[in-house]
Structures are given as structure tokens and as C-alpha cells.
Design a protein around this ligand. Structure first.
Ligand code: SAH
Ligand code: SF4
Ligand code: F3S
Length: 470
């Protein structure tokens, strides 16, 4: 057991000690989330843990007693945003203090993990810095901060944080809507040479089946119809079935598909190396599993893939895509791309464009290579000049956008099931989600939110589709 985990054994007393200050009914926490869906999920879990200590969430930073920045370190720009936000928060904290109001500032997430103490040095207004593996200790850290300490906790906790983080009660789950994230796997052992994740999130850990099933059932009980399983490498998830047999993500999906009332399953993000036959079989067999797969490849040149330590070739990736399409012909594919990895030549870049042409993506995310301190890529010679990166990114994005629009056009005229998620922009309209993750605008009543309805797609706009009720 680590030194800080000792206080974990007494959550009830924690709650008493931390109770609302100066007689007011509650304290308010504002959480700003950067980065990936896993951070979104973590922010929810932290919010629930803080609720036990009397903190209510607020959307208004001005009235917050506590501001948390849940940060991302993936690219330089993402990390820089944090320090500029902290500059603004320092001023706000001073102004509030002049009015006799206290405001605490916490930094969580991947910048917290990567920079730790350094954040306290660069941003003296920060009270607590908590890494992703120790979110269950946040209430304790805040108490110590209240006593005047500045707390940094970026250990890789031995205890399982999920066992110590409360799951929200039914009413709260209901208020959050009909779709939900559920982290099943964290961390990464792949060590792609450009990437900080193995350093910020630690090594691969899978949550046990029973814990995941329990959380999924609670979500469904709270009205959730669609669950997206999350992991930095979600398809590296592994666990044990009821009789101790080895389970991969495919098996877990079959198990979750049995939960009554759970209409849709998705998962993200996957690595091509971990797409096993069981998982591909789940795409073939489970109607609950949506026909959409985010399978990043990053580059199309074998030389660059090798330098990135992706551990597969472009031909292997294409063969895998083919196999998945045989299993589930209507699957929509999505990917991530990096342009300008050190040493990337014009020819290497052309190879990436060719791979994109061959796959034909429904959706994709693309980035200029960003040098990350501490990663092997940072030490490579032949860094690509910024203007070359810019030009390549423009060409790549133009191609991906063309494919995305073409995919949307193929949907027009189709009859599909959509999950009604939330009110639309116009009165009398709702926004639903297609099986392929597109937003669909349709005329429907607010009472239908949570229903899955059959519609005909009638048209497209930049980022969404239009449909008529059948
Ligand atoms: N585990 C996933 C990726 C998680 S990070 C996978 O292996 O595919 C999300 C995306 O950010 C990556 O797919 C990559 O495209 C991008 N990315 C990661 N590090 C980057 C860097 N240093 N510069 C630019 N983009 C990066
Ligand atoms: Fe990063 Fe590679 Fe791990 Fe994905 S697989 S999180 S890109 S190191
Ligand atoms: Fe960013 Fe950490 Fe997610 S670096 S992308 S928040 S895992």
C-alpha cells in the first residue's frame, strides 16, 4: 500500500470533514476537460467522487469554489493550452480572494502526470496536481490543500481506483443522457515512437468483467441505451470469463450484449495488432455492436510505420480491413493519421494517400507530427519542416473530407435505425445518431429521446444528415 492510500479507508469521515463550508448548501466545482473520451469519462467519475463531499457541478467558472483542468499532453498545442488557462485562472483566483471568496485550482489528466511538480513551479496558483491513476485520492488531496499544503500525487497507485470511485445514482445517470462512456482498459504498452500515452497513462490495465458488467447494468438502469467502451488500446482488453477462461474484448462484447435494454455498443480506440478473430466475429454476429470501427493506421509507408514502431505493415493493415469487411460488409471505417513524422519523404506521404484511397474512410482525424519530450521520436534527425507538414496535412485532409462527404451521400435514400439523443436546433426537432455515428436531424417529440426509430435519410449537410420518419 502506498502512503497516500491510507486515508482511503475512511470515506465517511472524509465526507463529514469536507462538508459544505460556511453553512451554505453546497460548494461548486467547474471541470474543464481537454483531450480524449477517456478524459471525458474521468471527469464524470471525479465529479461523482466530489459530489460525495458536497461539491455540485457548475458550468459557470465565476461561481466555482474549485476549478479542475483535466488535461491532455498528446500534442504540444494541447499542453500549452493548459498553461494559458492557468494564467487566466490565477487572475480569477486573486480577484475572488479580494472579495473574500476562496477558489482552489486543480490540474488532473495527462499534463499532470507528465509534468507533476513542474506545474506548481510554473503556476503558483495551483493547489493540487493529480495524475490519472489517483483520482480516487482527489478528495483527500483537496482536504490537505485546504490545510495549506500544495499536493502532487502522480504515483501509479497499487490499489484499483475504480473500486474507490463511486458510480453515480440513477437520477444523475438519467440526467446525463441516453449514451455513455465506460472505460474498460487504460494505459498502453505499445510505445509508438511519437506518443506520450505510455508515459502519461502507464502500462496496460484491464478492468475485471464483473466490475464492467455492474457498471454497464447501472448505466442501463439509469436509462442509457448506448455504451461506448473506452481504452487507449481498448481492444487490448483481456480478462477472465465465468469459468476462468481467457476473454478478449470480443467475448466481453458478447457478454454486454446480453444486458436487457442495452441497445447499442461501440468501442474506441483500437490498435490494428489487437483485432483478433473473436472481435471480428462479434462484428459479424452482434446486431447490438454498431457497424463502425475506429482503427488508426497513422501512415501508409512501411518505412515510416516501422520508424513509428507500429509493428505492422500497410499490407497487413489492408488485409485486416478486408477481413473485417467480409465479416460486416456495412462497417464504416475511421482512422487517425500523422503527417510529417521525422524522415517522412514525399514518397512516404504519397504512400499514405494511396492507403487512404484503398481503404475509403467514412471519417478520420489527422494531425501534424508534434515532437513530444521524452519520446524516442524527439531524438530523431530529419524533422520535417513546418511548411511541408502544413502542405501535406492540407492535401490529406482534402482527400479525407472528400471521402467523408461521399460516404454521407451513399446514406441518402437508405432506411436506418437512429437512436434519438437530444433536442435539435429547431423546435420540434431531435438529433439522433446513425449506426455509423453520424448526427441525424429528424422531426420528433422530446418524449421520444432514448427511442430507436426507423427513418429514411433524405439529405446531407456539412456535419450531419436529415431524415424523415417512416
Ligand atoms: N491508441 C491509439 C491512439 C491514441 S492517441 C492508436 O494507437 O491508434 C490519438 C491520436 O493522436 C493518435 O492516433 C495519433 O494520430 C495522434 N498523435 C499521438 N501522438 C502524436 C504526436 N506526437 N503528434 C501528432 N499526433 C499524435
Ligand atoms: Fe500511443 Fe501507440 Fe499506445 Fe496508441 S498504441 S496510445 S499511439 S503508444
Ligand atoms: Fe490526451 Fe491523455 Fe487522452 S494525452 S489524448 S488525454 S490519454
Amino acid at each position: 500500500m502506498t502512503k497516500d492510500s491510507l486515508t482511503l479507508d475512511a470515506p465517511a469521515t472524509d465526507a463529514l470533514q469536507l462538508g459544505p463550508r460556511d453553512g451554505s448548501n453546497s460548494r461548486k466545482v467547474f471541470i474543464k476537460t481537454y483531450g480524449c473520451q477517456m478524459n471525458v469519462y474521468d471527469s464524470t467519475r471525479m465529479s461523482d467522487a466530489l459530489a460525495r463531499d458536497g461539491y455540485e457541478p457548475t458550468e459557470d467558472m465565476e461561481e466555482a469554489d474549485l476549478v479542475l483542468l483535466n488535461t491532455c499532453h498528446i500534442r504540444e498545442k494541447a499542453a500549452e493550452k493548459v498553461y494559458s488557462a492557468l494564467g487566466r485562472l490565477r487572475d480569477m483566483k486573486k480577484r475572488k480572494a479580494a472579495d473574500g471568496r476562496e477558489m482552489m485550482i486543480g490540474v488532473t489528466g495527462c499534463v499532470a502526470q507528465a509534468e507533476g511538480e513542474e506545474i506548481l513551479r510554473r503556476a503558483p496558483a495551483v493547489d493540487v496536481v493529480i495524475g490519472p491513476q489517483t483520482y480516487h485520492r482527489l478528495p483527500d488531496a483537496l482536504r490537505r490543500a485546504k490545510e495549506g499544503q500544495r499536493v502532487v500525487d502522480t504515483e501509479y497507485a497499487i490499489e484499483d481506483k475504480f473500486e474507490h470511485l463511486p458510480i453515480a445514482e440513477k437520477t444523475k445517470i438519467r440526467a446525463r443522457g441516453v449514451t455513455a462512456f465506460l472505460t474498460v482498459q487504460e494505459g498502453c504498452d505499445k510505445f509508438c515512437t511519437f506518443c506520450v500515452v505510455p508515459y502519461t497513462r502507464g502500462s496496460e490495465v484491464s478492468r475485471p468483467v464483473a466490475q464492467i458488467v455492474e457498471e454497464a447494468e447501472k448505466l442501463v438502469d439509469g436509462g442509457v441505451r448506448e455504451i461506448t467502451l473506452l481504452g487507449q488500446n481498448v481492444n487490448a482488453w483481456h480478462g477472465a470469463g465465468p469459468t476462468g477462461q481467457a476473454w478478449s474484448l470480443g467475448n466481453l462484447l458478447y457478454r454486454l450484449a446480453e444486458i436487457p435494454g442495452l441497445a447499442r455498443l461501440r468501442y474506441t480506440t483500437s490498435h490494428p495488432r489487437d483485432m483478433d478473430d473473436r472481435l471480428i466475429g462479434a462484428h459479424r454476429d452482434l446486431r447490438t455492436l454498431m457497424p463502425y470501427l475506429h482503427l488508426p493506421v497513422q501512415a501508409g509507408s512501411d518505412r515510416i510505420l516501422k520508424a513509428m514502431n507500429r509493428r505492422h505493415t500497410s499490407a497487413e493493415y489492408l488485409a485486416l480491413i478486408e477481413k473485417i469487411r467480409v465479416a460486416r460488409p456495412d462497417i464504416a471505417l475511421s482512422g487517425d493519421f500523422i503527417v510529417g513524422f521525422p524522415g517522412e519523404t514525399d514518397q512516404d506521404f504519397e504512400d499514405t494517400l494511396r492507403l487512404i484511397e484503398e481503404v475509403n474512410y467514412a471519417q478520420a482525424f489527422s494531425f501534424k507530427y508534434s515532437t513530444r519530450p521524452g519520446t524516442p521520436g524527439a531524438d530523431l534527425k530529419d524533422q520535417v519542416p513546418e511548411e511541408v507538414k502544413t502542405e501535406r496535412l492540407e492535401r490529406l485532409q482534402a482527400l479525407l473530407l472528400k471521402q467523408q462527404h461521399a460516404f454521407a451521400e451513399t446514406c441518402v435514400g437508405k432506411v436506418v435505425d437512429i437512436l434519438l439523443e437530444k433536442p435539435g436546433r429547431m423546435p420540434g426537432q431531435l438529433i439522433g445518431r446513425s449506426p455509423w455515428l453520424q448526427s441525424v436531424n429528424v422531426d420528433a417529440k422530446a418524449s421520444q429521446i432514448g427511442d430507436i426509430i426507423n427513418v429514411r435519410i433524405t439529405g446531407t449537410s456539412t456535419n450531419s444528415l436529415f431524415a424523415d420518419l417512416l
